[in-house]
Design a protein around this ligand. Sequence first.
Ligand SMILES: [Zn+2]
Length: 349
Amino acid sequence: MITARVFPGLLLHAVFLFAVLAIHSRSVEAIERIRVFPVIFFPQDAKLSKGRIDSAYQKMSDSLVHVQSHFRRLLISDTFLIEQNPDKVFRSARPHRYFLGSPNAKPDSAHLMLGELLRHYGETRESTRRVYVLVYVRPGEIECSWIDKHRMCIGGGRTIDSFPEPGGGIVQMEFSSLMENKPYRFLSTVTHEIGHGFGLTHVDCFNYDMRRNDSIMSYHDAHLPAELGKGKFYGNLNPEEYALLSLHRRAFPRFRYDPALHNPTGRPISGLMRCLLGPMDSSLGLPPRKGYRLYYDGKKVSGPEAALYTYQAAEDNCRWNRKHRPGIDVGCTFNGRPLSYWRKRIPTR
Ligand SMILES: [Zn+2]
């Protein structure tokens, strides 16, 4: 009987199809998404009244929601998520001079502050699902300076690990910026630094003008209003930046790069993997499942430091070995997959 033979096949097919669809639709939900996590960061010797902490945290939350809507306007199909922080503050047991005592210290303040936060929340550089956005409170709210190296201002953003699978990140802002837009405007700056937190670098790496290009990743400081809700809120993304954010599946799982929409002039995209923020250093530990591995005839020959290679450095090293090691079967992986796996996923136009 034909029906008896066909029907179970169809049924199985339908069950299989349903399972695939269910897995697919669940996959976006199941991804442990990276979330922006606001925190007011106190060294041991700084303090603020509870009222001031509450109003600062509220101001910070409102600003981040504003930046989140701006990313929604740019990406349309997705934006980053924000995780509310019930603690509002992190109080370190270490004094200001530990974090910012010497401006050229290694590890730098970003590594020191992030190291404290990861330890406090029981996370590692690989396990964290947060881009920590911290505002730093100075003892006595002393004004920071761009000149005096004893009270140098901080302001910056980093991704912990690099593309093609970046994880969490850190953004450091001055408390005075949040409260008074000094020494820089909070909204426009935090938008730019969150871009760094998701792994974006500056527009000049793609040969755009740092002062004139209107991406959030330029220094075109006419973009954004100083205050919430005032003026036009703009600052765009370049095709390369759209392409990179589409690779950041943990932060923007629903966003897809579409050349017709995001690169309407058909600008050739090259050097995408060259223009990436590198991973943060080994003071945060090495990422055991990430980074570059080199194999000769199936045997691993790369050292632990290869875990911190950028994708581009991995490709360069692999190419060099293939050229200079004739007779050896040279194998190269990045984040556990062959380099070619990632190469195929990188948009070129
Ligand atoms: Zn920057």
